[in-house]
Design a protein. Structure first.
Length: 301
């Protein structure tokens, strides 16, 4: 199988682990800088060029598209889809996950547990949004933020209103969520592949911090999840149409609450915490799909 990884940096842990796993399983694999791909959008033969040369055929693409290049990365991925190449996560599914508000709306539609979330545009509606989520303390999130950046805790009514007014005056899209006291500054990351939770870890925020992200100094440890948490993670990935996803949730008095679904989850923290070879499981998913796809084509022939 010939595999392409779309990644800005081949030295990133997740990227080189995928290359390592594919090599060990006997596949050809290349890493392409997403921003170096150019597209020829024509009716009968769409192509992608790289370094001035047309790319040869790949069987599958693994997108590792960072949030900062979502627009261009999605365009490149769509071009591969137009060329009939299988993508580990489809462009449309990644787009649903990257739009945080749309993601939560789709999860809510499917009855998946979420923190109470408010969204507004007009400054006059700030008091109502604060009341809607149960008042302070509450969490304010930039819709474009990643890795805990753009997430702040407002502990008083005055602080909440001041922060929201500041964000809205800068024309930033923000959402407001209830603060889950019983979570104790911890969340759970479930790694879902092909409708199965293959690994899970608990992330605990450092002293004086409420964000549990590893990039913010959170500590990761292996964790046994409940059946309800497993079902929630699988349902969240399915709702967005993601074959591979990192589903972040908190434990609450009313059950697991999904915070976010990541369409390009990192491997380093969860592989180290869980001891699971996730990269090999991702390559195995491609093998299963391509095997099924090849069998289908033989039967059609």
């Amino acid at each position: 199988m010939r595999i392409c990884v779309l990644s800005r940096n081949p030295r990133l842990y997740s990227t080189y682990r995928l290359v390592e796993a594919a090599d060990k399983r006997g596949h050809e694999i290349e890493v392409l800088d997403t921003l170096r791909c150019t597209m020829n959008v024509v009716t009968h033969k769409p192509t992608i060029r790289y370094g001035g040369e047309e790319l040869s055929r790949y069987d599958a693409v693994i997108p590792r598209i960072g949030a900062s290049i979502t627009f261009y990365g999605m365009a490149v991925l769509r071009q591969f889809e137009m060329m009939g190449v299988f993508t580990m996560n489809e462009s449309a599914a990644i787009g649903r996950a990257r739009d945080k508000l749309r993601c939560l709306q789709m999860l809510a539609r499917d009855g998946i547990g979420l923190p109470i979330t408010g969204f507004a545009h007009a400054p006059d509606d700030i008091p109502d949004v604060v009341k809607m989520v149960g008042g302070p303390p509450l969490v304010i999130k930039l819709l474009e933020g990643t890795q805990g950046i753009g997430v702040v805790l407002a502990e008083t009514q005055t602080a909440a209103e001041s922060m929201l007014e500041a964000f809205l005056s800068l024309d930033q899209n923000i959402m407001v969520q209830e603060y889950i006291h019983e979570a104790g500054g911890a969340d759970i990351r479930c790694f879902v592949i092909d409708g199965e939770v293959v690994a899970a870890m608990k992330r605990q925020a450092k002293e004086g911090e409420f964000r549990a992200n590893l990039h913010r100094g959170g500590q990761a440890t292996a964790i046994d999840i409940t059946d309800e948490e497993r079902h929630t993670a699988i349902a969240a990935a399915k709702a967005l149409g993601l074959h591979v996803a990192g589903v972040d949730m908190m434990r609450s008095s009313r059950g697991p609450l999904v915070l976010e679904v990541n369409a390009s989850p990192g491997l380093e923290g969860i592989e180290h915490a869980s001891g699971v070879d996730i990269a090999s499981k991702m390559i195995a998913f491609l093998e299963r799909h391509m095997g099924t796809d090849a069998a289908r084509k033989r039967s059609e022939g």
